[in-house]
Write a protein that binds this ligand. Structure first.
Ligand SMILES: NC(=O)c1ccc[n+]([C@@H]2O[C@H](COP(=O)([O-])OP(=O)(O)OC[C@H]3O[C@@H](n4cnc5c(N)ncnc54)[C@H](OP(=O)(O)O)[C@@H]3O)[C@@H](O)[C@H]2O)c1
Length: 277
């Protein structure tokens, strides 16, 4: 499994698993727990969740899936912007720790930017690190100007990662945010790598996948893994999807395939504000 080194020098698998919409439907619960456990078995040990997902239900599900296996996983969770204050972030983190059933979250992110000043959030994050409640912190959905603002704050320069919407159909970030992150050694965690399933219906992607006997999801994920310092976190509540996605980690796209993907999914010519889902 390819690894990526975070800004705090910790190395993590480049392919993990997301959990948005998990834990919300009792009928899917056992399948989702099985999917997360299979992901861990296969080395996709980075699990991304958030207090927002199912208002805590996804964190509880993750807690159940990792019981007895805490040391194998790298846990990422996120705080709501309205809970990201000097004191409220500490309390939110403690609630997440309880739901997850762990003593420490490996990486704690600001989910998106709200009205609470970044200074306050970074102050709370630094305290959580000092108290051992989180191993590292980062941000999500922060555009280039927000990252520059974060870099103006001493604790902001400890940002380990920026989790953003990035996939074959969302390449505008390659114009400025991605180069900015690379220049500052801040890896990007690409969310919605298959655009919540919509990308998989793309005719050109299907053709490129067929050309090498892979699935569209595998090609979309392999393309992300081919990018420098990018971590992909496809969500899969189905064991078969987990296994399929894991194989994407073994696919080395040829120059011709990369060129075909560039042609089918061209990088926009002009910068746009960072998109989010
Ligand atoms: N920071 C943020 O603001 C933010 C925003 C969005 C997402 N995220 C994180 O990123 C994770 C991934 O993004 P996402 O959940 O939005 O979308 P996604 O990973 O692009 O797509 C998930 C959907 O694709 C399906 N899928 C996965 N692998 C597949 C395969 N091999 N073949 C066919 N279908 C497949 C899943 O189905 P099954 O579940 O049935 O397997 C699910 O319906 C989230 O779960 C969350 O952890 C973060």
């Amino acid at each position: 499994m390819k690894t990526v080194t975070l800004h705090n020098r910790r190395s993590v698998p480049a392919l993990g698993i997301g959990t948005w919409k998990m834990g919300e439907d009792g009928r899917r619960r056992s399948g989702e727990v099985a999917a997360l456990r299979r992901a861990i078995d296969l080395g996709m040990t980075l699990i991304d969740t958030a207090e927002m997902y199912g208002e805590g239900a996804a964190e509880e599900l993750v807690g159940e899936a990792i019981r007895g296996r805490r040391e194998e996983v790298f846990l990422v969770s996120k705080v709501y912007p309205h809970n990201a204050g000097r004191h409220s972030a500490i309390e939110a983190c403690e609630r997440s720790l309880r739901r997850l059933g762990v003593g420490q979250i490996d990486l704690y992110l600001l989910h998106w930017r709200g009205s609470i000043p970044l200074e306050e959030t970074f102050e709370a994050f630094s305290r959580l690190v000092a108290d051992g409640k989180i191993g590292a912190y980062g941000v999500s959905n922060l555009d280039t100007s927000d990252m520059e603002e974060a870099w103006g704050i001493a604790a902001g320069r400890g940002t380990a990662v920026n989790q953003i919407l990035y996939n074959l159909g969302r390449r505008a970030v390659e114009l400025d945010l991605l180069p900015w992150c690379r220049a500052h050694q801040v890896p990007v965690m690409a969310y919605s790598p298959v655009e919540q399933g919509r990308l998989l219906r793309n005719r050109k992607l299907k053709e490129i996948a067929q050309g090498r006997g892979a699935t569209p999801a595998q090609i979309a994920i392999a393309w992300l893994l081919a990018q420098q310092d990018v971590i992909a976190i496809p969500k899969a509540g189905d064991v078969k999807h987990v296994e399929e996605n894991r194989h994407a980690g073994e696919i080395a796209l040829s120059d011709a395939e990369m060129a075909a993907l560039d042609e089918a999914f061209p990088r926009p010519r002009e910068r746009r504000p960072l998109e989010m889902l």
